[in-house]
Design a binder for this molecule. Sequence first.
Ligand SMILES: *Cc1c(COP(=O)(O)O)cnc(C)c1O
Length: 399
Amino acid sequence: MKPLQEIMHNDETYYMNTFGKRNPVAFTHGEGMKLFDTEGKPYLDFFAGIAVNSLGYHHPALTKTIQQQAQKVLHTSSVFYIEQQARLAKLLVTNSCADRVFFCNSGAEANEGAIKLARKYFWNKGEPRPEFITLQSSFHGRTLATVSATGQEKYQKPYAPLVEKFIHVPINDIEAFRAQVTEKTAAVMLELIQGESGVHPIDPAYLAEVRNICDEKGILLIFDEVQTGVGRTGKLFCYENYGVEPDIFTLAKGLGGGVPIGALLAKEPFCAFEPGDHGTTFGGNPLSCACGICVIQELLEHGLIENAERTGAYFQAALKNISSPLIAEVRGMGLMIGVEMTAGIGKTVQKLLQEKGILAGAVGDKILRLVPPLIITEKEVDIFVTNLTAVLAELEKGV
Ligand SMILES: *Cc1c(COP(=O)(O)O)cnc(C)c1O
């Protein structure tokens, strides 16, 4: 049996299938922008494990960080002070609008914490507010509260009754938003660029008005920056692109460069948790925080945020330059780019690119999602564009 066949056999026999039919490839290792599969075939990676591998593969600083930390200690418990946790907290707070941070293990857990924090804030004031407003087509995670926050019925249906009460409004429609605001509204939770539903950026004027309404009504504004955060959009945090600050925001995907870590950040008045209110066993352990420090330092000290902005702009311009009737729209910010097709060929394009040794994400059947490592250069962008142009030309002949 070939290695891949054995992996597939064990997976299909022993693993709970929540992924449907997986892409029949398994990777053994990577280097920079490249991944290698069990047959030794190289791929240029524009997917990055869904916007996670911000430094690419086998990054020397991150590898060294993990090796050195493994030789010291991996986990101690938040019962004790943790040097790396305190350092990463300082690094994130001094580089953001937040005053404090809490570490956890994933995006869903960070958002779950944000929802609890908003509830606790109003509970402390003696005026509990039960309602949250989120967007249709949003994605906030798979725990029961975050699935309730997620504005997509397909993720919610089997889990009724959901957590009360999340109201979903259409993106960029300020009147629809205003119509749902009541004295019971605790918080609004938004992705600044909806990732999971196909790279849909929030309109700046809409966001500014949401901020105004929140200020007027004492409603907390939460940004889910699980995907947009940590340099991806050409700023350390995407809210900097908008000039609008949240009261609470969350991070996860890119923060550990592939090592699981999530973060919940808030301005001082909204740090409503008191001892015993919230917790985690693994969250903020020395290993994940050492990796977070390494990633943030690499971004800040080696120009990777500027690279996301510059190479992202180059990438978008090059994609817009492809003259194919099959491309309807190119959108996004920095290195978070969506390419919408005019026909339901997204999955086919993804497959044909993969045959040519290029990994891209597909959302639904029409949209390609490109979220490459932040170390990408123009050379790799050119390779992508050449291959996409060739794939689209093939498909145009077939149509
Ligand atoms: C991926 C994602 C999540 C969920 O993160 P997990 O680590 O999978 O729990 C939440 N919000 C957004 C915007 C995401 O992209």
